[in-house]
Every structure is written in C-alpha cells, then in structure tokens.
Design a protein around this ligand. Structure first.
Ligand code: NAP
Length: 474
C-alpha cells in the first residue's frame, strides 16, 4: 500500500515536471509553470523522505537547512546574473550526483559487494564522470560569466588542446570500464578516485577554450550533462522519478543549447566541443568614426511626430533596470495614439527570454512584444527605432561583414527604420566586442547616458510637452 502511494506520488511529481516545462513556453503561463515545478520537487522530496528505508533524519534536516541557506541568497541575485546563478546550481547538482555515486560505490564495496553488478557499476561510473565534470565545468562557467579576475574571459587555447582533452576523457572512460568489470578488485577503491580526479580536470579543461560569448550556451549544455548524471543516479538508486526528472532536464538543456546556438549562428559542435573550429577574435575599434548626438528634447520631438515607434531593448536596459521607465515611455506614446511595438531578439540580454521577463515585470502587454522575424518586415515603415541598451542584436555587420564574430547571426533590422535613436552610456562595444556601424549611419542619433536616467528624462519631457499642448488647447 505504502509502495503504491509513493509510486502514485512520483507519477504526480513527474507529471508536474512535464507541465512545468510546458507552461514555461509562454509568458502567460510561465508563473504557473514555476509553481508546478516547485510542487513536483516538494512532493518528490517529501515522499522519498517518508520511505521506511530512510533512517538518518538528522542528516536530511541538516542538508535541507544547508540547501535553504545557500538557495535563498542565490534566488535574490539580479536578473542579469541569472546565467552564472544557473551555472552555480548546475555545479551543485553535478557535485550531488558525483558524491552520491561515490558514496554508493564505497558503501557497496564495504557492505554488499555482490550488488555491484555491471549495470549498477556502469550507472555509477556514468554518474560520477558526468557529475564531477559538470561540477568543475559549471564553476568555471559561473566564474567566467561573473568576470572573476583570475579566470580569463577570452578563450584560452594551446596546441593539441582538443586532442589532449579527448585523450584525458578517453583515459577516464577506459578506467571506468575497468572498474565496471572489476569493481571489487583490491586496487579498485584506489583507482576510483583517479577517475574522479580526471573528471574534475576534464570539466575545467572543457570550459577554458570557450569564450564568454558562448558561455550561456555552454551553461545549457552543462544543464543537460547534469540531467544525464541525474538519470544515471536514478538507475543507481533505483528511483524512477529521478530518471524521469533527469531525462527531462537533460533533453530540455540540450534543446535550449541548440536554440541558442541557432539564434547566435554558432555551430552547435563548436560550442559542444570547446574550441573546435575557429575561435574568432574581436576586431579593433575605429576611433576616427564620428557619432551624431541627440538631446532628450530633440528625441522627444522626434517621437511625438512619429506614427510608428519600435523599441528595441537589449542588455543595457537590463543592467540599468530601465524597464519601468520604458513602460512609462510606452504610456506617454500611447497617449498620443502612436503605434508602439517592442522588438524582441531571441538572444537580447544574457539569457533567452531575458527581455520578455523584464518587460512583463513592467506590465507591458504581451501583445506589444513582437518576435524578430515578425517585426523585421515592418521596420521600413517604422518612423523611429529606439534602441535601449542593445548593441550586437542590431549590428548590421551580422548581415554584411564576413569574418565578423557575429556574421550570420539574425538581427533586428533597426537600420531599416526611417530614424534610429540609440541609448547607451559610451562608445564601448557590446558583448561580441565589435564596433557597430549602425551608430555611424546618416539616420542614427546617439542619446548617451544610463538607460534608466535617459528614458526617465524622456518621459518627463514628453509629460511636460503634453501638459503644455493641453494647456494651449484649453
Ligand atoms: P550587448 O551587445 O551586450 O550590448 C549591450 C549594450 O548596452 C552595450 O553596448 C552597452 O554600451 C549598453 N549598456 C550597458 N549598460 C548600460 C546602461 N546602464 N545604460 C545604457 N546602456 C547600457 O547586448 P545585446 O544587444 O542585448 O546582445 C546580447 C549579446 O549577448 C549578443 O552578443 C548575444 O549573442 C550574447 N548572448 C546572449 C545570450 C542570450 O541568451 N540572451 C546567450 C549567449 C550570448 P555602453 O557600455 O556604452 O553603455
């Protein structure tokens, strides 16, 4: 009876995980998806804890408290730091899988060697290799994204790097196979930590040839490795829910990585195998080119005269936390019956959906958010393209400059609008480290400053203009 109840609870948790992923597909249902995921996890933990075989309650309580102590501060990081936060949680997931595999092996060696069947041993070895490499790989990825001084951001490459990495992995796999065949040999418990050390080293070596620009994609791949190690852990512990959850995690991470690679036009294999293929370097910035600047008053006038305005948000809007000011700007423009759309690039910001989340937080109607493929044909009819802290995703070099690090990446055709106003703080390049010719075209004006401040001033100016015109009319 207890078994039937626990299996039913696992089934419910599994269904909630699937629903969570499904609901996260659309902004309108995403919140429901988060609750479903949390409910599924809570059910899974409580039901497993209630199993009669679980006796070390004190340890579980301590681990739960430790989990909360780490998890609560991690949940408070700003949205711009979510990629590195995600990498850290994958690191914990990988470490957990690795440690469980290690504990299972040594417990069985000491107490029940007969249970170390080839199948269980193969699952343990897969779990520890994937778990430990995910651990160090994710820590490296988090460090690169956090721009820690002692971890180089640029790809670090050296001769025979890929060959060396693959030899290292091959040695670890061969040792793992030997251990699967002879799990209880007198030397096996000594060889086991060597495989762990190789997996830890491989995680580091896998990430160092990959530059910061590919890091969010790498995190999605590490997500799928963490999921696969959880699948292996499910086989080791004979826990079907863990197998289901791990498989969902593994496949969704892989799908996300493929989507991101496509959106950035980076070959997936290049990301997957580190510095496979060419590592592209940033081009030098031409200091002689001249920008045209515009004032807040001038921009307000331009906007007031427009009948269609497309706002293109990017990473700078996220850093400046300017989304609420952007909402106020939207309100001001709508009061004048101006058609306002938000053009959403799939990799604007630092994670997929970054802009959707920010704009939803500011209560901007979903119906005004237009995907890149849909807005681009409308750009020639757009009177003002207002670029708010976006750079690479509006860089025309992606269409025309062969050899550019972003060549081939689909972009939002801001340059096709009648007028472009670009808000950013300086002449610095964007994420890819390259100059943006959009800023030097005849019909582009720069509005330099912090996005939150500048958009705030624009809102004030538009408000004052409206007040003045209503005063005149009265
Ligand atoms: P971006 O190329 O990183 O450019 C952001 C711009 O915002 C910068 O040029 C910066 O210029 C400006 N900025 C920064 N802080 C600002 C502030 N407080 N106020 C105003 N402006 C500010 O951003 P993007 O156009 O959104 O492109 C995203 C990049 O990330 C792409 O290269 C993409 O491939 C990469 N990426 C994204 C994802 C993803 O999932 N979203 C994944 C992997 C890689 P100043 O310093 O002059 O202000």
């Amino acid at each position: 009876m207890i078994y039937a109840i626990s299996q039913l609870a696992y089934l419910t948790a599994g269904a909630l995980f699937i629903l969570a992923l499904y609901w996260m597909n659309a902004p309108t249902t995403a919140r429901k998806g988060v609750f479903a995921g949390v409910a599924g996890t809570a059910i899974a933990v409580l039901v497993t804890w209630a199993e009669p075989s679980v006796i070390h309650h004190r340890w579980i309580i301590m681990a739960t408290i430790a989990g909360f102590a780490v998890g609560i501060p991690l949940s408070r990081v700003p949205l711009t730091a979510v990629p590195q936060r995600t990498a850290l949680s994958h690191a914990f997931g990988g470490a957990a899988a690795g440690l469980v595999g290690t504990a299972e092996y040594y417990l069985h060696v000491a107490q029940s060697p007969a249970e170390l069947t080839p199948f269980r041993m193969a699952a343990i070895m897969a779990e520890i290799i994937l778990g430990y490499l995910t651990f160090t790989g994710s820590l490296m990825a988090a460090g690169k994204l956090q721009e820690l001084k002692w971890i180089p951001q640029r790809p670090v490459t050296y001769p025979f790097q890929n060959a060396g990495n693959f030899i290292l992995l091959a040695v670890a796999v061969i040792m793992a196979i030997v251990l699967v065949l002879h799990p209880t040999a007198s030397w096996a418990p000594t060889l086991f930590p060597v495989v762990i050390a190789l997996a830890l080293a491989f995680g580091v070596l896998l990430i160092i040839p990959i530059g910061g620009a590919d890091m969010p994609t790498v995190i999605a791949i590490l997500n799928s490795y963490a999921g696969l190690s959880a699948v292996a852990m499910g086989f080791v512990l004979d826990n079907r829910l863990l197998i289901t959850a791990g498989a969902l995690d593994g496949s969704s991470g892989l799908i996300l990585a493929i989507i991101m690679s496509r959106a950035m036009n980076r070959p997936f294999t290049n990301v997957l195998f580190g510095a496979f293929g060419q590592v592209k370097t940033a081009t030098a910035i031409d200091e002689t080119k001249v920008y045209k600047s515009e004032t807040v008053e001038g921009t307000a006038q331009l906007l007031e005269q427009a009948s269609m305005v497309v706002i293109i948000p990017g990473y700078g809007m996220a850093v400046a936390q300017a989304q609420h000011r952007v909402r106020e700007l939207y309100d001001q423009l709508r009061k004048r019956d101006i058609n306002v759309k938000f053009a959403i690039h799939p990799v604007a910001g630092r994670m997929p959906g970054h802009m959707n989340v920010l704009l939803a937080e500011a209560d901007i109607p979903y119906t005004e958010l237009v995907e890149m493929d849909e807005i681009n044909p409308e750009m020639p009819q757009c009177d003002v393209a207002l670029v708010v802290g976006a750079n690479d995703v509006v860089n025309p070099a992606a269409r025309s400059v062969k050899g550019s690090p972003i060549y081939g990446m689909p972009i939002i055709d801001a340059d096709k609008a009648r007028t472009v106003i670009a808000i950013k703080r300086s002449k610095n390049p964007g994420f890819a480290g390259i100059e943006n010719d959009l800023y030097f075209t005849d019909h582009t004006w720069m509005l330099f400053g912090d996005a939150k401040e500048v958009v705030g001033e624009l809102v004030k100016q538009l408000g004052a203009d409206l007040g003045a015109s209503q005063g005149k009319a009265a």
